[in-house]
Structure formats: C-alpha cells, structure tokens
Design a binder for this molecule. Structure first.
Ligand SMILES: C[S@@+](CC[C@H](N)C(=O)[O-])C[C@H]1O[C@@H](n2cnc3c(N)ncnc32)[C@H](O)[C@@H]1O
Length: 249
C-alpha cells in the first residue's frame, strides 16, 4: 500500500497537471466553483468580520479555491508540500499576475456581486502567500477563519488511516464556525501526472460524510457525477462550517 511519504512529490509537474485538469475548464470544476461562490456568499451575507484569514491546504497547481476566498479575506495562505508546486504558486502570486488559465474560473465567481468589484490579479499578489508545509505537521492551532482543501486527503495516499488523518489535520486548523470546502475525487484508484503515478484512497459520498461529520455543522455533500478521466467515478464537494470534535493530530 502506497503511503504519502512513498509518492514522488518532488517530481510533481504542475504544468502537466494544469494541462490535464484546468487549462480547458471542465464542467465539474465550473460547477464546483459555482457552489463554492454561492456557499461562501451565504456564509458571509450581511456582514464580513474584520481580518478574516483563509487557507488552502495542498494547494498544488490550483488557484480557484484561493480565488473563491478573495472577497472575504485579509490574508490567504497557500500551504503546499511539493517543491515544483510551490514554485508554480509563487509565479501565480507575483506582481505580473496569475496565468490566464484561471480567468475562466474567475469569470464564474464574478457573476456574484461580492466578487464583482475585486480586481483579482492585484488582490492575489497583495494578500496571498505561499508556504511549504506538510498537512500532517499542522499543529492543531486553530488559526484560520475559512479554509479549503481540494483533492488532497484522498489524493495523497492509499492508506485509510492517512486519509482520515489528513481530514482531521485540516479540520483542526480551522477556528470555530469557519466555513470550509473540501473536495475529493470519487472512487479514485490513483492518477498519473506526466511520467509519475500518484496514490489515492477510494472515497464515496458516504465515506466523505462519515469522515467530515465529527468536525462539521451544516454539512452538505454534493455528489457530482462528472467523470474527467479513467480511474475515478466523479467528484465530491463537501461544504460546511467547522464545529464539534477537536481530535488529537
Ligand atoms: C491531486 S493534487 C491536488 C492539488 C490541488 N489542490 C487541486 O485542487 O488540484 C494533491 C496535492 O496534495 C499535495 N500533497 C501531497 N502530500 C501532501 C502533504 N503531506 N501535505 C501537504 N500537501 C500534500 C501534493 O503536492 C499535491 O499538490
């Protein structure tokens, strides 16, 4: 069984990954972005507390979770483990502005009023920062007010215990009532990025609910039946607010 530490993260190729997944926007991701936009909009309707801090864990080569948090946050931190992905993310937050591959996702976000007046490139380079971190080393200090984790706990290991630990470490980084969004590839058997193979743990809607429920209130599980490549059966998006159990890391 491939554990997280066994996978070739230093060889992860972000450009190939973006080509495979995001350069031509897939309907499943656009649907996820709509759901994110509307959910965060509802969470912050009426009032936005001052100094909201956001985090995207295992950000990899995906900017849309960070973009979805832009209107609400004073700061957004992208935590990532693989060095090539960290370099990719640093290029996206440089003053020259993020790559045009993310425009289609922003176009969906800006259909909602909260996003419309945000100038996304300036705002990203102003408030978003990138740091290297291992999800498993998050120390349980609950320092973020909104958080996302997309295709990480399910797409980093074959080991059930590491999947649950990934979910727990993410949840334990969020403050009380923090809105969150977590996405999993449904029933993934692993994935290829260029010449390298990466492990996955098979998650379905029931397993997603079971793993998140101890940590969440108002949990919504969206079971999206879009298949984007062989070796999985769709995508699962979980939305909710952090509440409940605080488990040891
Ligand atoms: C399938 S990719 C998902 C990337 C991105 N979040 C997305 O939505 O496309 C899995 C990501 O998890 C990261 N990752 C793997 N092990 C990790 C760990 N122990 N801590 C943090 N990130 C990790 C990988 O480097 C990679 O960026």
């Amino acid at each position: 069984m491939d554990r997280n530490a066994d996978a070739p993260w230093s060889n992860f190729d972000p450009e190939v990954y973006v080509d495979n997944n995001y350069r031509t926007p897939l309907e499943a991701d656009l649907q996820i972005v709509r759901l994110l936009r509307d959910y965060f909009g509802r969470c912050f309707a009426g009032s936005v507390p001052g100094s909201v801090r956001g985090v995207d864990v295992g950000a990899g080569a995906n900017l849309y979770p960070a973009l979805s948090m832009l209107p609400w946050c004073e700061k957004v931190l992208l935590l990532e483990y693989a060095p090539p992905n960290i370099e990719y993310l640093k290029r996206q937050i440089a003053p020259e502005g993020f790559g045009s591959e993310w425009d289609a996702f922003w176009d969906v976000l800006r259909e909602a009023p909260a996003y419309r007046d945000v100038e996304p490139r300036g705002r990203v380079s102003e408030i978003v920062r990138v740091e290297r971190a291992n999800l498993f080393d998050l120390d349980g200090r609950r320092r973020w007010d909104i958080g996302t984790m997309f295709f990480v706990a399910d797409s980093m290991s074959e080991c059930p215990e590491e999947f649950q630990r990934g979910v727990r470490c993410f949840m334990n980084a969020l403050g009380d009532r923090a809105p969150f969004a977590v996405a999993f590839m449904k029933e993934s058997v692993g994935y290829q990025v260029g010449d390298h193979r990466y492990p996955a743990y098979r998650v379905n809607a029931a397993r997603a609910r079971e793993s998140l429920e101890p940590f969440a209130a108002e949990l919504e599980i969206h079971d999206l039946h879009h298949v984007v490549r062989p070796g999985h059966e769709g995508m699962i998006l979980a939305l909710g607010r952090r509440e409940g159990e605080i488990a040891a890391p």
